[in-house]
Design a protein. Structure first.
Length: 311
Protein backbone atom coordinates (compact mmCIF):
# COMPACT_ATOMS: atom_id res chain seq x y z
CA UNK A 1 0.00 0.00 0.00
CA UNK A 2 2.87 2.34 0.82
CA UNK A 3 4.38 1.78 -2.63
CA UNK A 4 1.01 2.51 -4.19
CA UNK A 5 0.81 5.92 -2.50
CA UNK A 6 4.36 6.75 -3.56
CA UNK A 7 3.47 5.83 -7.15
CA UNK A 8 0.39 8.09 -7.08
CA UNK A 9 2.42 11.00 -5.70
CA UNK A 10 5.02 10.61 -8.47
CA UNK A 11 2.30 10.60 -11.12
CA UNK A 12 0.82 13.83 -9.71
CA UNK A 13 4.25 15.52 -9.71
CA UNK A 14 4.85 14.55 -13.33
CA UNK A 15 1.44 15.89 -14.40
CA UNK A 16 2.06 19.21 -12.64
CA UNK A 17 5.51 19.64 -14.22
CA UNK A 18 4.28 18.80 -17.73
CA UNK A 19 1.28 21.14 -17.37
CA UNK A 20 3.50 23.98 -16.17
CA UNK A 21 5.90 23.65 -19.11
CA UNK A 22 3.02 23.46 -21.58
CA UNK A 23 1.41 26.52 -20.06
CA UNK A 24 4.66 28.48 -20.24
CA UNK A 25 5.20 27.57 -23.87
CA UNK A 26 1.63 28.43 -24.81
CA UNK A 27 1.60 31.83 -23.22
CA UNK A 28 5.12 33.09 -23.77
CA UNK A 29 5.48 31.64 -27.29
CA UNK A 30 9.24 31.80 -27.16
CA UNK A 31 12.01 30.56 -24.87
CA UNK A 32 15.77 30.63 -25.14
CA UNK A 33 16.72 27.58 -27.15
CA UNK A 34 19.95 26.85 -25.30
CA UNK A 35 17.85 26.06 -22.24
CA UNK A 36 14.96 24.11 -23.73
CA UNK A 37 15.60 22.95 -27.28
CA UNK A 38 16.69 19.37 -27.82
CA UNK A 39 18.31 19.62 -31.23
CA UNK A 40 19.69 22.28 -33.56
CA UNK A 41 17.01 21.40 -36.14
CA UNK A 42 14.21 22.64 -33.87
CA UNK A 43 15.65 26.13 -33.57
CA UNK A 44 14.50 29.13 -35.60
CA UNK A 45 16.93 31.90 -36.51
CA UNK A 46 15.62 35.41 -35.86
CA UNK A 47 16.05 37.82 -38.75
CA UNK A 48 15.71 41.47 -39.58
CA UNK A 49 13.16 42.28 -42.25
CA UNK A 50 14.35 43.76 -45.52
CA UNK A 51 11.16 43.96 -47.53
CA UNK A 52 9.30 47.25 -47.79
CA UNK A 53 5.88 45.67 -48.31
CA UNK A 54 6.35 43.38 -45.31
CA UNK A 55 7.24 46.40 -43.16
CA UNK A 56 4.17 48.39 -44.18
CA UNK A 57 1.83 45.43 -43.66
CA UNK A 58 3.22 44.92 -40.16
CA UNK A 59 2.90 48.62 -39.41
CA UNK A 60 -0.74 48.62 -40.57
CA UNK A 61 -1.51 45.76 -38.15
CA UNK A 62 -0.06 47.70 -35.22
CA UNK A 63 -1.83 50.90 -36.29
CA UNK A 64 -5.15 49.06 -36.36
CA UNK A 65 -4.72 48.18 -32.70
CA UNK A 66 -3.85 51.71 -31.55
CA UNK A 67 -6.45 53.40 -33.77
CA UNK A 68 -9.13 51.19 -32.24
CA UNK A 69 -8.04 52.31 -28.77
CA UNK A 70 -8.02 56.03 -29.62
CA UNK A 71 -11.37 55.65 -31.41
CA UNK A 72 -12.81 54.01 -28.31
CA UNK A 73 -11.72 56.96 -26.19
CA UNK A 74 -12.96 59.59 -28.63
CA UNK A 75 -16.39 57.99 -29.01
CA UNK A 76 -19.33 59.44 -27.09
CA UNK A 77 -21.92 56.76 -27.86
CA UNK A 78 -21.80 53.54 -25.89
CA UNK A 79 -22.55 51.46 -28.99
CA UNK A 80 -19.46 52.90 -30.66
CA UNK A 81 -17.36 52.26 -27.58
CA UNK A 82 -18.56 48.65 -27.49
CA UNK A 83 -17.67 48.27 -31.16
CA UNK A 84 -14.08 49.48 -30.73
CA UNK A 85 -13.64 47.51 -27.54
CA UNK A 86 -14.65 44.37 -29.42
CA UNK A 87 -12.20 45.28 -32.20
CA UNK A 88 -9.31 45.42 -29.74
CA UNK A 89 -10.38 42.17 -28.12
CA UNK A 90 -10.47 40.47 -31.54
CA UNK A 91 -6.90 41.56 -32.27
CA UNK A 92 -5.37 40.05 -29.14
CA UNK A 93 -4.01 36.51 -29.26
CA UNK A 94 -7.04 34.28 -28.73
CA UNK A 95 -5.06 31.44 -27.12
CA UNK A 96 -3.62 33.87 -24.60
CA UNK A 97 -7.04 35.28 -23.73
CA UNK A 98 -8.46 31.80 -23.23
CA UNK A 99 -5.52 30.53 -21.21
CA UNK A 100 -5.77 33.52 -18.85
CA UNK A 101 -9.59 33.48 -18.87
CA UNK A 102 -9.65 37.13 -19.99
CA UNK A 103 -13.09 38.42 -20.93
CA UNK A 104 -13.81 41.48 -23.02
CA UNK A 105 -14.32 43.86 -20.09
CA UNK A 106 -11.05 42.66 -18.57
CA UNK A 107 -9.12 44.44 -21.33
CA UNK A 108 -10.44 47.88 -20.35
CA UNK A 109 -7.12 48.74 -18.64
CA UNK A 110 -5.53 48.55 -22.12
CA UNK A 111 -7.82 51.27 -23.46
CA UNK A 112 -5.84 54.21 -22.12
CA UNK A 113 -4.26 55.92 -25.12
CA UNK A 114 -6.44 58.89 -26.05
CA UNK A 115 -4.59 61.32 -28.29
CA UNK A 116 -3.53 61.41 -31.93
CA UNK A 117 -0.07 60.01 -32.45
CA UNK A 118 2.77 59.22 -34.83
CA UNK A 119 3.86 55.59 -34.76
CA UNK A 120 7.63 55.08 -34.97
CA UNK A 121 8.96 51.52 -35.22
CA UNK A 122 12.56 51.29 -34.00
CA UNK A 123 13.36 47.58 -34.08
CA UNK A 124 11.88 44.42 -35.64
CA UNK A 125 12.95 40.79 -35.46
CA UNK A 126 10.99 38.07 -37.22
CA UNK A 127 10.79 34.29 -36.95
CA UNK A 128 9.29 32.34 -39.85
CA UNK A 129 8.16 28.73 -39.74
CA UNK A 130 9.62 26.15 -42.12
CA UNK A 131 6.68 26.47 -44.53
CA UNK A 132 7.23 30.24 -44.55
CA UNK A 133 3.53 30.93 -44.04
CA UNK A 134 3.48 31.87 -40.35
CA UNK A 135 5.44 34.85 -39.01
CA UNK A 136 6.08 36.04 -35.48
CA UNK A 137 7.42 39.59 -35.13
CA UNK A 138 9.06 41.11 -32.06
CA UNK A 139 8.58 44.86 -32.34
CA UNK A 140 9.85 47.83 -30.35
CA UNK A 141 8.82 51.40 -31.02
CA UNK A 142 7.17 54.50 -29.66
CA UNK A 143 4.06 56.61 -30.06
CA UNK A 144 4.64 60.36 -30.19
CA UNK A 145 1.71 62.25 -28.72
CA UNK A 146 0.88 64.95 -31.30
CA UNK A 147 -0.38 67.30 -28.57
CA UNK A 148 2.36 67.02 -25.97
CA UNK A 149 5.14 65.55 -28.18
CA UNK A 150 5.83 63.03 -25.42
CA UNK A 151 7.02 59.56 -26.44
CA UNK A 152 5.32 56.44 -25.15
CA UNK A 153 7.54 53.43 -25.75
CA UNK A 154 6.05 50.03 -26.41
CA UNK A 155 7.00 46.46 -27.21
CA UNK A 156 4.69 44.03 -28.96
CA UNK A 157 4.53 40.54 -30.44
CA UNK A 158 2.61 40.31 -33.73
CA UNK A 159 1.71 36.99 -35.35
CA UNK A 160 0.70 36.76 -39.00
CA UNK A 161 -0.91 33.88 -40.87
CA UNK A 162 0.03 34.41 -44.52
CA UNK A 163 -2.39 31.76 -45.80
CA UNK A 164 -5.51 33.20 -44.17
CA UNK A 165 -4.18 36.79 -44.21
CA UNK A 166 -4.99 37.13 -40.53
CA UNK A 167 -3.03 38.39 -37.55
CA UNK A 168 -3.17 38.76 -33.80
CA UNK A 169 -0.91 40.36 -31.27
CA UNK A 170 0.23 40.53 -27.68
CA UNK A 171 0.57 44.09 -26.37
CA UNK A 172 3.21 45.12 -23.88
CA UNK A 173 0.88 44.63 -20.93
CA UNK A 174 0.37 40.95 -21.74
CA UNK A 175 4.00 39.99 -22.24
CA UNK A 176 5.42 38.56 -19.04
CA UNK A 177 8.92 37.86 -20.31
CA UNK A 178 10.24 41.17 -21.65
CA UNK A 179 13.65 39.59 -22.26
CA UNK A 180 12.39 38.33 -25.63
CA UNK A 181 12.93 41.88 -26.88
CA UNK A 182 16.62 41.68 -26.03
CA UNK A 183 17.15 38.86 -28.54
CA UNK A 184 19.54 39.58 -31.40
CA UNK A 185 19.62 38.98 -35.14
CA UNK A 186 20.66 35.41 -36.06
CA UNK A 187 20.05 34.21 -32.52
CA UNK A 188 18.41 30.79 -32.62
CA UNK A 189 15.42 30.18 -30.38
CA UNK A 190 12.67 27.65 -29.85
CA UNK A 191 9.41 29.06 -31.25
CA UNK A 192 5.83 27.90 -30.75
CA UNK A 193 3.98 28.73 -33.99
CA UNK A 194 0.18 28.58 -34.04
CA UNK A 195 -1.41 26.19 -36.55
CA UNK A 196 -3.55 29.02 -37.90
CA UNK A 197 -5.04 32.36 -36.87
CA UNK A 198 -8.81 32.47 -36.99
CA UNK A 199 -10.59 35.25 -38.87
CA UNK A 200 -12.08 37.60 -36.29
CA UNK A 201 -13.47 40.02 -38.91
CA UNK A 202 -11.15 42.94 -38.22
CA UNK A 203 -7.88 41.02 -37.80
CA UNK A 204 -7.20 40.65 -41.50
CA UNK A 205 -4.52 42.24 -43.67
CA UNK A 206 -4.03 42.53 -47.40
CA UNK A 207 -1.33 43.44 -49.86
CA UNK A 208 0.32 46.82 -49.56
CA UNK A 209 1.32 48.53 -52.77
CA UNK A 210 4.35 50.26 -51.32
CA UNK A 211 5.90 52.86 -53.59
CA UNK A 212 9.63 53.37 -53.24
CA UNK A 213 9.05 57.12 -53.20
CA UNK A 214 6.77 56.74 -50.17
CA UNK A 215 9.48 54.79 -48.42
CA UNK A 216 12.08 57.50 -49.13
CA UNK A 217 9.70 60.11 -47.78
CA UNK A 218 9.15 58.08 -44.62
CA UNK A 219 12.89 57.80 -43.99
CA UNK A 220 13.41 61.54 -44.37
CA UNK A 221 10.33 62.36 -42.29
CA UNK A 222 11.55 60.07 -39.51
CA UNK A 223 14.88 61.89 -39.39
CA UNK A 224 13.12 65.27 -39.36
CA UNK A 225 10.80 64.05 -36.63
CA UNK A 226 13.75 62.99 -34.50
CA UNK A 227 15.44 66.36 -35.12
CA UNK A 228 12.36 68.10 -33.77
CA UNK A 229 11.00 65.78 -31.09
CA UNK A 230 13.56 63.11 -30.20
CA UNK A 231 16.99 64.71 -30.46
CA UNK A 232 18.64 62.10 -28.22
CA UNK A 233 17.70 59.39 -30.70
CA UNK A 234 18.74 61.61 -33.63
CA UNK A 235 22.16 62.04 -32.04
CA UNK A 236 22.43 58.31 -31.36
CA UNK A 237 21.87 57.50 -35.06
CA UNK A 238 24.32 60.14 -36.27
CA UNK A 239 27.39 58.78 -38.08
CA UNK A 240 30.30 58.23 -35.71
CA UNK A 241 32.69 60.31 -37.80
CA UNK A 242 30.27 63.25 -37.66
CA UNK A 243 30.19 62.96 -33.89
CA UNK A 244 33.97 62.91 -33.64
CA UNK A 245 34.68 65.78 -36.03
CA UNK A 246 31.65 68.11 -35.92
CA UNK A 247 29.24 67.42 -33.09
CA UNK A 248 31.26 66.09 -30.17
CA UNK A 249 28.34 66.31 -27.76
CA UNK A 250 24.59 66.55 -27.96
CA UNK A 251 24.66 70.25 -27.05
CA UNK A 252 26.61 71.05 -30.25
CA UNK A 253 24.22 68.85 -32.20
CA UNK A 254 21.16 70.65 -30.83
CA UNK A 255 22.73 73.99 -31.70
CA UNK A 256 23.21 72.79 -35.29
CA UNK A 257 19.52 71.82 -35.52
CA UNK A 258 18.45 75.16 -34.06
CA UNK A 259 20.58 77.11 -36.56
CA UNK A 260 19.53 75.07 -39.61
CA UNK A 261 15.81 74.48 -39.09
CA UNK A 262 14.82 76.16 -42.35
CA UNK A 263 17.31 74.21 -44.44
CA UNK A 264 16.28 70.94 -42.79
CA UNK A 265 12.62 71.70 -43.44
CA UNK A 266 13.29 72.27 -47.17
CA UNK A 267 14.81 68.82 -47.71
CA UNK A 268 12.40 66.54 -49.53
CA UNK A 269 12.32 63.06 -51.00
CA UNK A 270 11.96 64.35 -54.58
CA UNK A 271 15.58 65.49 -54.41
CA UNK A 272 17.41 62.30 -53.60
CA UNK A 273 20.50 60.59 -55.00
CA UNK A 274 20.50 56.80 -54.68
CA UNK A 275 23.65 54.68 -54.44
CA UNK A 276 23.43 50.90 -53.94
CA UNK A 277 26.47 49.25 -52.34
CA UNK A 278 27.18 45.65 -51.32
CA UNK A 279 25.76 45.75 -47.80
CA UNK A 280 23.91 49.06 -47.66
CA UNK A 281 21.87 51.55 -49.67
CA UNK A 282 22.85 55.20 -49.51
CA UNK A 283 20.26 57.95 -49.98
CA UNK A 284 21.42 61.56 -50.14
CA UNK A 285 18.69 64.17 -49.66
CA UNK A 286 19.37 67.72 -50.76
CA UNK A 287 17.76 71.04 -51.68
CA UNK A 288 19.00 72.99 -54.70
CA UNK A 289 19.26 76.31 -52.88
CA UNK A 290 21.00 74.97 -49.80
CA UNK A 291 24.46 73.57 -49.07
CA UNK A 292 23.05 71.19 -46.48
CA UNK A 293 22.63 67.50 -47.32
CA UNK A 294 21.56 64.48 -45.30
CA UNK A 295 23.20 61.22 -46.39
CA UNK A 296 21.43 58.13 -45.02
CA UNK A 297 23.08 54.69 -44.92
CA UNK A 298 20.25 52.15 -44.80
CA UNK A 299 21.15 48.64 -43.63
CA UNK A 300 17.62 47.23 -43.87
CA UNK A 301 14.08 48.58 -43.97
CA UNK A 302 14.20 50.43 -40.64
CA UNK A 303 17.86 50.48 -39.55
CA UNK A 304 20.05 53.34 -40.65
CA UNK A 305 22.70 55.86 -39.68
CA UNK A 306 23.15 59.23 -41.35
CA UNK A 307 25.68 61.93 -42.06
CA UNK A 308 25.22 65.68 -42.15
CA UNK A 309 27.05 67.21 -45.11
CA UNK A 310 27.63 70.96 -45.30
CA UNK A 311 29.38 72.09 -48.49
Amino acid sequence: MKRFYIFIILIIIIIVVVSTVAFFDKNDDIVKSDEYADTEETKISLQKINNIEEYYILKSCILKYYYSITSYNSSTLQDDKDYYLQNVYNLIDKEYLESKNILINDILPLMTYKDDFDLNIENILVARNKDNNMYIYFVKGNLRNLKSNEHNYFSMIVKQDDINKTFNLLPTEYIDDKSVFELKEDEKVEIQFPDKIENQVNNIFGAYNARFQDYLEDILNQIKEDFNYNQERAYELLDLNCKMTKYRNIHDFKEFIKSNKNEIFLLNSDNCIFDAQSDTNIYTFYFDKSDLKIQVNVKNVIEYTYKIIEE
